[in-house]
Write a protein that binds this ligand. Structure first.
Ligand code: NAD
Length: 260
């Protein structure tokens, strides 16, 4: 379905982003991976994806906290592939602390990576999408883009901001073949969440098993994690012609979290 399209998935060396990159490659898109990690492991992933799906897979090392590196990454993709057709703004970090003790440096980093990076990537990628009158922008927000939790001031602010940005871009592209939507996942068991489970187990004297169940049950009525594979299929749907009129949406996949 996505043969000859070029997809950039930010933060795709791990977790949800990697699941999305795999699904887009399976659909025939050429993929650009991005994110941190062990260079040998990233190269292994890159080669594996290319071999499994017969598509071109590149890796861009841009640090998304730095707007100049985002600009350079997208300019480079445009030079080599004509432009980004599918932009998945997925890279994200978390920091947990009460607001009055929230380190200002962590606030700046969370806003830069979880919100401003999406703005920079969108503004740089849009002109080439407009030239071809086709594009898909999918912002990976969160249930925390729709509702709040304590001790996540920067994350909740960034994700609410990302949902707002999605609506604006959805409107500004409404009369074109470009769509912009957000996906709002509930808990997904990735390294980002494992850190929170480990912290809870240590604080509350629980086993990792108990901490995992406590974390997911507290917010998610299904008491089950969402998987990267399920989220990736929603991205594939948003890239399909059936989703041509899904615009500016914030689509929850959260085991019922935000239905409460
Ligand atoms: P993860 O920690 O497994 O992956 C994050 C990815 O972002 C990694 O590839 C990492 O290298 C990359 N990254 C981090 N900082 C970066 C930077 N400065 N520049 C470039 N890449 C950077 O996390 P995940 O759980 O897969 O999260 C992916 C997205 O999904 C995030 O935006 C997160 O907020 C969102 N999300 C996650 C959950 C969850 O429960 N895991 C729930 C809702 C939303």
């Amino acid at each position: 379905m996505l043969k000859d399209r070029t997809a950039l998935v930010t933060g795709s060396t791990s977790g949800i982003g990697l699941g999305i990159a795999r699904a887009l490659a399976r659909e025939g898109a050429n993929v650009v991976l991005n994110g941190f990690g062990d260079p040998a492991e990233i190269e292994r992933l890159r080669a594996e994806l290319a071999r499994q799906h017969g598509v071109t897979v590149d890796y861009a090392a841009a640090d998304l906290a730095k707007p100049a590196e985002i600009e350079a990454m997208i300019a480079d993709i445009e030079k080599r592939r004509g432009g980004v057709d599918i932009l998945v703004n997925n890279a994200g970090i978390q920091h947990v602390a009460p607001v009055e003790r929230f380190p200002t440096e962590r606030w700046d980093a969370v806003i830069a990576i979880n919100l401003s990076a999406a703005f920079h990537a969108i503004r740089c990628a849009l002109p080439a999408m407009r030239r071809r009158n086709w594009g898909r922008i999918v912002n990976i927000a969160s249930a925390h883009g729709l509702v709040a939790s304590t001790e996540k001031a920067a994350y909740v602010a960034a994700k609410h901001g990302l949902v707002g940005l999605t609506k604006v871009v959805g409107l500004e592209t409404a009369r074109s073949g470009i769509t912009c939507n957000a996906i709002c996942p509930g808990w997904v068991l990735t390294p980002l969440v494992q850190k929170q489970i480990d912290a809870r187990a240590a604080q509350e004297g629980m086993t990792p098993e108990q901490a995992r169940l406590a974390l997911v049950s507290e917010k998610q009525p299904s008491q089950e994690f969402v998987t990267p594979e399920q989220l990736a299929e929603l991205v594939v749907f948003l890239c399909s012609p059936a989703a041509d009129q899904v615009r500016g949406a914030a689509w929850a996949m959260d085991g019922g979290w935000t239905a409460q």
